[in-house]
Ligand binder design. Structure first.
Ligand SMILES: [Mn+2]
Length: 202
């Protein structure tokens, strides 16, 4: 049985300060969608809110960054911190489902996110956004965020935006699907004995 995780909330915190950013982030896999998001990048706050609400995670982020240059370092470093806390929160990954594939529509847009909590960092991105900007946010930063999340969480992450017209909707669908996919892949399956790998370790 999965005695290890029963009743124990899987969560982690990080404080990370560099010359470019100053980030405090707390992440609970076993949450209820409670968020407190204070970053200098409003569009990212909006996306992290969707991610946490639809993944039923608790997420607190306080981030200051060199947005006088641009949003790049702040977005990238929040991805790094989220990835590191996800990895730490999952511990030895005993009893998890490991895989998930989730489609989420947002009006006319359809996104699919496929996750393997594999300890093998890999990111595939099949997404072409019609607009280079959503408000003041550069849509190329979605790739930066997701890639650093996958790298630091050591997960295999495939993101496909099948179609869409409105870039805001397309990115929203990605972050909702990301939340639901990580929620499902990290959920405890009572049939899973130990670590779900023929190697015996993840
Ligand atoms: Mn919106």
């Amino acid at each position: 049985m999965t005695e290890l995780n029963s009743g124990v909330q899987r969560k982690a915190e990080i404080v990370r300060k560099t010359n470019e950013t100053d980030i405090k982030l707390a992440f609970a896999v076993d949450g209820t969608g409670e968020v407190k998001l204070e970053t200098d990048v409003p569009f990212l706050n909006h996306m992290l809110d969707l991610f946490a609400k639809h993944g039923q995670f608790d997420l607190q982020v306080e981030a200051r960054g060199d947005i006088d240059i641009d949003d790049h370092h702040t977005v990238e470093d929040i991805g790094i911190c989220l990835g590191q806390t996800l990895r730490e929160a999952l511990g030895d990954k005993r009893g998890i489902k490991r895989y998930a594939s989730v489609f989420v529509p947002m009006d006319e847009a359809l996104a699919q996110v496929i996750v393997d909590v594999s300890n093998r960092p890999h990111f595939e991105n099949r997404a072409e956004y019609p607009s280079a900007q959503v408000g003041s946010f550069s849509t190329e930063l979605v790739h930066e965020f997701l890639w650093k999340l996958a790298l630091e969480a050591r997960i295999t992450l495939h993101v496909i935006v099948h179609y869409g017209h409105n870039t805001h909707h397309m990115i929203e669908a990605v972050f909702k699907a990301l939340g639901r996919a990580i929620d499902e892949a990290t959920s405890i399956d009572p049939r899973v004995q130990g670590v779900p790998s023929t190697k015996g370790v993840l």
